[in-house]
Design a protein around this ligand. Structure first.
Ligand code: GLC
Length: 427
């Protein structure tokens, strides 16, 4: 017979093993990246979720660069790993992830009425999140390229925000020349020209605002056109001829490098996404209260254009915790969470109903410019082979920017290489 003391010890060990060590519920792994304030804010959201559902979530911190974020997801998904259960995807990956059969369909959350598609922008859901008539993702936030400018400096030199690229060049030139007297690091215009996905977005904006583009009316990918060559020349000239953009534009400039240059008081104009707004205006920023946003300029006879970006949430087909992942997805897409993301990160909400929210409008005075940018949004191709196409565009556009190739040579080569890819896949 067990002595009462030994019995007590056995019960304690048994209870510890079976109750004490047992996790509260399965643990979800959620992969997110971006600027450090974004990741920190997700930590808050996740802990609120755990408090109300008792579902633990581990944040898998990813880098800022979209290409590196993609790589971090493709490796586990290709090997059918269970983690991460749920993640944010760049608009341009959703088609490829769905075609690779890596995503759990979300049609059930719509069928049960837990998510109402009418709360989202229909064209975005149709273009980005739907594949072969099934829903695979939903937008957490929508991005579009914007022009940030220093109100104080334009005022100081009696200038107006530019509407055309020519006006941008002229005003940047005047301000740069004068500001350089006291600040040798000052440049007129900073944007993203390094060899990565952001360059494709910038190129698309220069091209579309000069009557060019990369998708023709039949959905084909056409890059070698006189309009696109002129746009690539303009990008090259901003650095080498007008010298209003820094020489490291094509070696280093991605979103964060650009944001920091502007935030440190070293630029008059900046092309960036909506996330930069809250950071420019945060406590301690040198440009707090001195910034405004406008549509990106247009060419002489062109239209304003803004690349359509954004991040969409989806669930891995290989997750062991799909029910909990669905609960988390609904939480992230709820009005309350989306409102917090907009108020705290200045994001362009994925839900369309938030654009009329009085608090959001107060906090984001540039919301109308943002909404307006959507009318000028230009999408990148949604092909499942987009990654290969983008790599070709990145390399050749970067070669044109650095002056290694002329714009004509670079775009002709890009067109040849893209045609080969599309022929290989019979597109
Ligand atoms: C932003 C956009 C994304 C784009 C990326 C390029 O994150 O939302 O769509 O691909 O920038 O750097």
């Amino acid at each position: 017979m067990l002595s009462s003391r030994r019995l007590l010890i056995s019960i304690t060990i048994f209870s510890f093993l079976f109750f004490g060590c047992k996790p509260r519920t399965p643990q979800l792994t959620f992969a997110v990246g971006g600027a450090s304030n974004e990741v920190e804010y997700w930590e808050k959201i996740v802990s609120e979720f755990t408090d109300s559902t008792r579902i633990d979530v581990v944040l898998l911190r990813q880098p800022t660069d979209t290409d590196q974020r993609r790589q971090g997801l493709v490796i586990p998904l290709r090997s059918r790993q269970q983690d991460p259960d749920i993640f944010l995807m760049d608009v341009i990956w959703v088609g490829q992830f769905a075609a690779s059969d890596w995503l759990e369909p979300l049609d059930s959350v719509v069928a049960t009425g837990d998510v109402n598609l009418a709360d989202f922008f229909e064209s975005i859901v149709n273009q980005v999140d739907t594949y072969h008539d099934s829903l695979y993702a939903l937008p957490v936030y929508n991005d579009c390229g914007l022009l940030y400018f220093r109100k104080d400096l334009l005022e100081k030199y009696g200038l107006k925000p530019p509407v055309t690229w020519q006006q941008l060049i002229r005003s940047a030139d005047i301000v740069q020349e004068n500001e350089r007297i006291t600040n040798p690091h000052f440049f007129g215009f900073v944007w993203q020209g390094a060899q990565y996905e952001g360059l494709v977005c910038n190129f698309l904006e220069f091209a579309a605002s000069n009557n060019g583009g990369i998708i023709d009316s039949a959905g084909g990918i056409i890059v070698y056109t006189p309009e696109n060559i002129r746009a690539a020349d303009l990008m090259h000239d901003l650095i080498h001829k007008h010298k209003i953009s820094p020489p490291n534009t094509y070696t280093e400039m991605k979103e964060e490098e650009t944001r920091l240059a502007f935030e440190n008081g070293n630029a008059l104009y900046e092309r960036n996404w909506p996330y930069a707004w809250a950071l420019h205006n945060k406590e301690g920023s040198r440009v707090k209260g001195k910034v405004a946003a406008a549509l990106l300029p247009r060419g002489h006879n062109g239209q304003h254009a803004a690349a359509l970006g954004g991040w969409h949430i989806g669930i891995s087909k290989f997750s062991d915790n799909k029910t909990e992942a669905m609960t988390f997805l609904k939480f992230v897409l709820s009005y309350a969470t989306q409102k917090k993301l907009a108020l705290n990160l200045g994001w362009n909400p994925g839900r369309s109903d938030l654009y009329e929210d009085a608090d959001v409008r107060r906090k984001m005075p540039h919301l109308d410019v943002l909404k307006n940018s959507f009318d000028h949004a230009v999408a990148r191709p949604t092909s499942p082979y987009y990654t290969q196409i983008s790599e070709i565009l990145q390399q050749n556009q970067n070669a044109a920017l650095s002056g290694k190739s002329s714009s004509d040579e670079a775009l002709a080569r890009a067109q040849r290489e893209i045609n080969e890819i599309l022929q290989r896949y019979n597109e």
